[in-house]
Design a protein around this ligand. Structure first.
Ligand SMILES: Cc1ncc(COP(=O)(O)O)c(C=O)c1O
Length: 384
């Protein structure tokens, strides 16, 4: 049999999706893979029903159905203040997952370097490698997950073609401040680097933190490529709708990558999702309140277990220090917890470049009753 491509040896299958399978096998509550166990908002469900009866069953325009792009442009403008041209500034993708692949294939030549903060959402290193680039890592050190400016400057001195910034960050829950983003942008300008933002959690930010749209900062528009998604904001991870937002010159190239990768996102779902993009501001305030309540429920159980953790500023993940359990590495603890405690998380080492193996990531995008059930199970860890 011929050998498969060597670039695939640079990364493994997704650990997150692997933990989901383990959770199913042991009937554990799945707090590993980040997706809700509750329905999307009613207007989206109603729009989906209508879309199935409409003329939307064939390919949409490859870079996005016009109605969807127009609604998306209005929505981005509403929250970021940026003027967005739906015909020149956007390409609609199959989730932020495809958006990131498109962004890196658009930005990078083979052999280019891409700066990735570690810990990182596991797709980033794989996407960099698939696009022919080499990821170089800058640590975000627990428990506060801030970066050392000197380490970032050292990474930029290696002349990277792009830096990926996840904001709010999965898995750390960090929300980058305006000052941090301005620092990153200044370095990017000095070294002529693209800033690739991944912002699927832009609407899940806890008080007093605020999401700052990097692309809207002074001088940022030309070099910022924003990847985002409807998955988390409207609880529709299965609809696979995301987008790249960037300068028209970048989008003209990104459209080609997208076209040859996937042709397009599902046409009926784009039509239906317009209802989400048109939701009033109160929807987003409600989403924030809903996730704040979920976070508070889950963290209150974690506190009672006595295990240390870092409070997330945004997104819906929390990393828990499992060293006090004395049960070995994060992988061993995660598997044991899934089997014996009935709650699945993700071993933190799958997010870190550095040898960090004492954290487990849980997500709390679940109904409060699910979080109570998981919390009760986790209380068995008290004093264990
Ligand atoms: C940081 C981050 N980026 C991208 C994605 C993928 O999102 P999508 O469903 O839009 O592909 C996820 C999903 O968990 C994520 O956490």
């Amino acid at each position: 049999m011929p050998a498969t491509a060597t670039r695939l040896q640079g990364f493994t299958e997704s650990v997150i999706r692997g933990m989901s399978r383990l959770a199913t096998r042991h009937n554990a509550i799945n707090l590993a893979q980040g997706f809700p166990d509750f329905d999307p908002p009613e207007p989206l469900l109603a729009a989906l029903e209508r879309a199935t009866r409409g003329p939307f069953h064939q390919y949409a325009v490859t870079w996005g159905a016009p109605a969807f792009r127009q609604a998306l442009a209005r929505k981005i403008q509403r929250f970021s203040g940026m003027a967005v041209d739906p015909d020149r500034d956007l390409v609609v993708t199959c989730g932020s997952t495809e958006a990131m692949m498109v962004a890196l294939m658009t930005a990078c030549n083979p052999g280019d370097r891409v700066v990735v903060f570690s810990p990182f959402y596991e797709n980033y290193a794989a996407d960099a490698i698939l696009s022919g680039a080499e990821p170089i890592f800058v640590p975000l050190r627990p428990p506060h997950f801030s970066y050392d400016p000197a380490e970032l400057e050292h990474a930029f001195a290696q002349k990277p073609k792009a830096i990926i910034v996840c904001n709010p960050s999965n898995p750390t829950g960090k929300v980058f401040t305006r000052e941090e983003l301005l620092h990153i942008l200044a370095l990017a300008e000095r070294h002529d680097t693209f800033v690739v933002m991944d912002e699927p959690y832009e609407h899940i930010v806890f008080e007093p933190h605020r999401h700052v749209h990097a692309a809207a900062l002074p001088g940022a528009a030309a070099r910022t490529i924003t990847c985002s998604s409807l998955s988390k904001t409207y609880s529709i991870t299965g609809w696979r709708l995301g987008y790249v937002h960037a300068a028209p010159e970048v989008i003209a190239q990104a459209r080609k990558v997208h076209d040859f990768l996937t042709v397009g996102a599902a046409a009926p779902l784009q039509e239906a999702a317009v209802a989400g993009l048109e939701m009033p501001d109160s929807y987003y305030a409600g989403l924030q309140a809903q996730y704040t309540a979920k976070r508070d429920v889950f963290l209150s159980y974690l506190r009672r277990t006595g295990l240390p953790f870092t409070e997330p500023q945004g997104a819906y993940y929390v990393q828990v220090d499992v060293r006090p359990l004395n049960r070995g590495s994060d992988v061993e603890v995660a598997e044991w917890m899934t089997r014996e405690i009935g709650v699945a998380g993700v071993p933190g080492s799958s997010f870190f470049r550095e040898p960090v193996d004492h954290l487990i990531r849980f997500h709390f995008a679940k109904k409060e009753e699910t979080l109570h059930a998981a919390g009760e199970r986790l209380l068995k860890l008290q004093g264990s």
